[in-house]
Write a protein of this length. Sequence first.
Length: 237
Amino acid sequence: MRGLLFLGVAAICVGSTGCMSSEGSHDPESARGDTSSVARPAVVSAEAWGSTPQPLGDDRRHVPRYVTIHHAGVTWADGDAAKKVKALQTWGQNEKGWPDLPYHFLIAPNGTVFEGRPMAYEPETNTSYDVHGHLGVQLYGNFEEQRVSTAQMTALVNLTAWLLDKHGFTIDAIGGHRDRLGADTSCPGRDLARYLDDGSFAAWVEATRRGEEPAIELGPPLPDGPTEMIPYPGARQ
């Protein structure tokens, strides 16, 4: 699969975009006003997980129009998700020259959501789609080899419903990485992409936007697909 960098910490669909000016700054979304009628889900702020962003240039500013979903692409075994988020930021800064995390939100196997780069700035990619206007959400795990957890899916549904409502997006704004790029990637992995493809994810998001609490019931393993659920403390197998 093209476009994945295997780090031991995570695999990410990201790429260098050249030098950044010193005019930008990390502006946490949690500090901004929120006019969404959908409740903002709990998010671990960048400050709380120890973010040390570098300035983002004004040339990277954008107006969000889409929500694009990724998986990390590395099998999750265990570990402290906050430390993995911080390690990803540090690696990107030291090795690739990225000022901040390449994604706007990251979701751990237990459903914890971490704040990434500010939504006012476009994400990163080393694949061939134009990232301008995209809000990037990464779920930890490799959903070619593992099954997404109910906790992760619930967090993704709630986050996406809030993002759509906050920015005035329609349901058509949602897509997986492969929907933007095509056959050059399998991201976000078949066990996650199945719910985008069959309409289940869109239905759960729309129900959440109506103020309902949809019953998020994940399907059985796909034929020839992964059978093991992504592990995390307290998970129901």
